[in-house]
Design a binder for this molecule. Structure first.
Ligand code: MCN
Length: 802
């Protein structure tokens, strides 16, 4: 573990400008819609306009007569093209963890790329058109004649669980996908004996991911060889390749998946979508290149949604406010089908409902529920914003109950500092943590006392604009993940990642990573790691990713895993390079291997530092292979597959001050301070960017965004005019800082950061709004806390308007 420190660190820890940016900022980067091939045809998807209906007929005769139309297919026409349905890699059966094994089968509904018998949400694919241009494909969609026999739709989570609810999947007899629970300690006893118990219900609205670039697919097939190349705006080229080859029944080695430049994903491109399967099937049928580019309005119904959870949260505590137990029951909306990892999303927060606080007993239970809405799945934070929101809001309620300040209640209950993996109440081990200095730093930057004084003054003056302060001392679990833990949780793949380091004869280096960045700057961070580890200039390092024909098999990018798994794999691969180079250097320098050490960017003979060899020099002699020591293979290249022994658990303190206009309900954020601890940092500028973007998404959830459906299941918030994505104008400047508690999970001491802001921000913001409304007796408000909701809440509390 000390080896990194021994190496000269010139780049790691520095805010090196991102290598990716010149191409992105000058329009040179190649996105999916920049890819075309001669003879390419366009696919268009006919989507169900109703939330739940039996498909009684699909008549495509008129479509086939439309100008430019090449082909048209119903679900039945394509039925033989699938060897299986779209994948769900995390099928959970009803069970409790880890004690009771289950005999129940997971309720895994068939999910065909094109529906055959029933449409189960508004937006479900019911037919496919293929035309010579995008415009012709669009016109052809309009000409499709599909008859629907409408069925009652079930949209609400609780209504879906009620007896007699319409069934999304008839074969299961009810709409419960699974119930999964976890318990540690004597929960019943702790709660029945505790002098204080707070119990609250929190709702997480459904959110619609809005990556800058919608999804898109281009497929090129070579009939002579059977090779197919699928270009997809995806976060997971490797996983798409493995799973799609199963859906399509084609040999995996014949399918190459390429993720070109991808304009963000936020979890929504961590999926295997029907359009990917459809385009490959159509390209193989027609022997020509195929393209499909998602429209923004399609994105709203056909790309997964996030959150959509009801939480019943309880804390047991002493009269003084010391936390004794945490208990939560949550209901998670799966939507109409189980997408790639949807059932497992609540599990990503399952161990975090006691936050960074002490407890003796812990219980978590989640029920996944089918509804006639767009399927849900991972959206930035995935499971952890839900956990953080519930525990942080409930801690505020506890503070009030025992007459303490929200900062004081947190301090009283913090888990004490630790540097090594340490068991926590919910049953996992946190890697390292030191929560108080982070909070102290945030309070200082925020001027907590000053703002409290200002708040008091406004309250006594009865000012129409009231100030509120919100506190969120969050924890997250990322760096997904130890494969054995994933196995115990019934996830269908491992959690390791891979890196290859190839040292060229000319001294340049290619790094090939199994991660698949789509905005996170891996090319820069990985170059920093390799440059320091190998003593070569940053500019001499090339990083390749996102092409299954080029990159080592990896598990791709999500769950803030890439640095702490893929970046660490790179670290270990460079160690293999150094170990081999040392043998060659010792031979060439006529020294014993034990006397050669890595110092100041070269391999040097101990006591005679001028007798040295650099990695480029060794790469050349390893390539010529003219005088290698016995038993040493030519070439200087190494691959390492790293399976992390634990997750990483970044934490932090976010503080938010808002001004609420109590006459209009409008909220303005006055100050936002984020102090995050993601362990050692490779690139502080990238980290700051990640935190900024995350906070913006967290604020969006707290104040602006919500997927709204009408009673029959049509998405009303179906465009950007309705679905309120905040712009820079609605957001304040953020004050960010860091503390550093290195992770004990990996030798770089790094923890993930990609989701931190999204996880931390919602309770800080909503807590601030509620704090501003305290004089009115408002104790709860649902997200998003829109001006109308705030205004109504004040009115209701006054006993008036509702
Ligand atoms: N980093 C660092 N030091 C640390 C932690 C991270 O320098 N201690 C750097 C890493 O080297 C990397 C970046 O920060 O360049 C993010 O690293 P990490 O936390 O490992 O997260 P991932 O790369 O795995 O990214 C996934 C994460 C997730 S889950 C979502 S969702 C998300 C996010 O990243 N979606 C994004 N950030 C996004 N940023 C953009 N621009 N677009 C998205 O879609």
């Amino acid at each position: 573990m000390a080896q990194v420190a021994e190496r000269a660190e010139r780049y790691v820890g520095g805010g090196v400008p991102r290598k990716e940016d010149p191409a992105l900022l000058t329009g040179q980067a190649k996105f999916i819609d920049d890819i075309s091939f001669p003879g390419m045809a366009w696919v268009g998807i006919v989507r169900s306009p109703v939330a739940h209906a039996r498909i009684t007929s699909v008549d495509l005769a008129r479509v086939r007569q439309m100008p430019g139309v090449i082909a048209a297919y119903s679900g039945a026409d394509l039925a033989d093209d699938w060897a299986g349905g779209l994948p769900c890699a995390w099928p959970l059966a009803t069970r409790s963890f880890p004690a009771e094994p289950t005999t129940a089968d997971p309720r895994l509904p068939d999910h065909w790329p094109v529906a055959k018998d029933k449409a189960r949400f508004a937006g479900d694919a019911v037919a496919v058109v293929v035309a010579d241009s995008r415009e012709h494909a669009k016109d052809a969609i309009e000409a499709a004649d599909v008859d629907y026999e409408p069925l009652d739709a079930v949209l609400d989570i609780e209504a879906a669980l009620a007896d007699g609810a319409p069934l999304v999947h008839d074969e299961f007899g009810d709409n419960e996908a699974y119930t999964w629970s976890l318990e540690n300690g004597d929960v019943e006893k702790v709660f029945s004996e505790a002098p204080v118990v707070v119990k609250e219900r929190y709702l997480h609205p459904r959110l619609i991911p809005n990556a800058i670039e919608p999804r898109g697919v281009v497929v090129q097939s070579e009939p002579a060889t059977g090779d197919v190349t699928l270009y997809s705006a995806t976060q997971i080229p490797h996983i798409v390749r493995t799973t799609l080859s199963l859906t399509l029944g084609m040999p995996e080695q014949k399918l190459r998946v390429v993720a070109p430049a991808v304009g963000g994903g936020f979890g929504s491109k961590l999926n295997v979508y029907s359009e990917e399967a459809i385009c490959v099937a159509v390209a193989r049928k027609l022997d020509r290149p195929i393209k499909w580019i998602e429209e923004r309005s399609e994105n709203y119904v056909a790309t997964i949604h996030g959150r959509g959870v009801i939480q019943d949260m309880e804390i047991a505590a002493t009269e003084e406010g010391r936390t004794l137990g945490f208990r939560v029951k949550l209901y998670a909306d799966m939507g109409a089908y189980l997408q790639l990892v949807a059932p497992g999303i609540p599990l990503l927060g399952a161990w975090l409902y006691h936050g960074v606080y002490n407890a003796d007993a812990y219980r978590f239970e989640a029920t996944g529920v089918f509804t006639n809405r767009t399927p849900t799945d991972a959206y930035r934070g995935a499971g952890r914003p839900e956990a953080t929101y519930a525990v942080e809001r409930a801690m505020d309620v506890l503070a009030k109950r025992v007459g303490k300040d929200p900062v004081e209640i947190r301090r009283l209950n913090f888990i004490p500092p630790f540097n090594e993996a340490t068991p926590i109440a919910s049953g996992l081990q946190f890697d390292s943590g030191n929560y108080e200095p982070t909070l102290d730093k945030a309070l200082e930057l925020f001027d907590y006392q000053g703002l409290r004084r200002e708040q008091q003054a406004r309250r006594s003056e009865g000012d129409a604009k009231q100030i509120g302060i919100g506190v969120s001392t969050y924890i997250e679990m990322c760096g997904l993940a130890p494969s054995q833990v994933l196995g115990a949780l019934k996830y269908g793949a491992g959690g390791w990642d891979a890196a290859t380091v190839r040292c060229h004869p000319t001294g340049k280096v290619t790094v090939i990573t199994g991660t698949s960045p789509h905005g996170q700057g891996h090319v820069t961070s990985w170059s920093q790691i390799a440059a320091d580890a190998l003593g070569v200039p940053f500019e001499d390092i090339e990083v390749l990713h996102g092409d299954t024909a080029v990159s080592t098999y990896g598990m791709d990018t999500y769950g803030s895993r890439s640095l702490s798994v893929g970046g660490v794999a790179l670290h270990f691969a460079t160690e293999k390079i150094i170990a081999k180079a040392k043998k060659i250097a010792a031979h060439e320098l006529e020294a014993a291997e034990e006397d050669v050490e890595w110092s100041d960017g070269a391999l040097r003979v101990r006591g005679a530092p001028d007798r040295a060899k650099t990695i480029p020099e060794i790469a050349f002699s390893a390539w010529t292979a003219h005088g290698l020591p016995d038993g040493v293979e030519p070439g200087l290249e190494a691959t390492f597959l790293f399976d992390p022994p634990n997750f990483t658990f970044p934490a932090g303190a976010h503080l938010c001050a808002v001004e609420v206009d109590t006459e209009t309900g409008a909220t303005e954020i006055l100050r936002y301070v984020a102090v995050d601890d993601c362990g050692n940092v490779i690139n502080p500028t990238i980290v700051e960017g990640q935190v900024h973007g995350g906070i913006a998404q967290g604020i969006a959830e707290a104040l602006f965004e919500e997927a709204v459906y009408d009673e029959s299941g049509n998405l009303q918030s179906s465009h950007m005019g309705y679905y309120r994505i905040p712009s820079a104008a609605e957001l304040p400047g953020f004050v960010t800082d860091r503390t550093t508690t290195p992770s004990s999970t990996n030798p770089l001491g790094v923890k993930g950061v990609g989701e931190a802001g999204t996880i931390a921000a919602p309770p800080a913001v909503v807590g601030a709004v509620l704090d501003a409304l305290e004089p009115f007796g408002v104790t709860d408000i649902d997200m998003p806390a829109t001006p109308e909701r705030v205004w109504r809440a004040i009115g209701e509390a006054k006993g008036g308007r509702s």
